[in-house]
Design a protein around this ligand. Sequence first.
Ligand code: APR
Length: 171
Amino acid sequence: MIKAIKGDITKLEVDAIVNAANELMLGGGGVDGAIHDAAGDELFEACLKVPEVRPGVRCPTGQARITPGFKLPAKFVIHTVGPVYLDGKHGESAKLGNCYRNSLALALENNCKSIAFPCISTGIYGYPIEEAAEIACSEAKAFLAQHENIEIVFCCFLNRDKIIYDKLLAQ
Ligand code: APR
């Protein structure tokens, strides 16, 4: 089951919420900032413990890491790092697709029955929302074709995003 809602992802009572993080994975602005604020300092401590794969990089672009949700209603936070959008000719779509696929795989590994995504890369990282939403919906549909027992929620903070997701999901 896939649905789009409008709201604040930090309030959702789902098994896992996905954070649009950066490769350092120690917080930031946007949804990253909101999730860290709501989860509390323990989330920062948990991120600090995630090993760097190379200096300054705990989570390479397209990959995903999981931590507890601490003060959040969600059990887990799955941190993923979307691509910074340049011109669409630098592998951005493949990297964004990896974010959704790797986050869903990690959710399944942790027996999550529900997962909520923000619109990854479409804020500070500048990904055009229509293209990003198409990638998100096609990855979600492909995943559900293999594993029906997880509910996927696209949590749109902005009305314009919800309208786009609703159109795509109605197809
Ligand atoms: N709930 C749901 N969605 C939210 C929330 C929230 N509380 N706050 C912001 N968003 C939405 C934004 O409106 C946007 O649609 O999350 C989407 C992603 O935007 P960003 O948070 O800017 O993420 P991104 O574009 O992936 O850039 C990541 O921003 O915050 C930094 O540390 C982060 O460096 C990383 C970069």
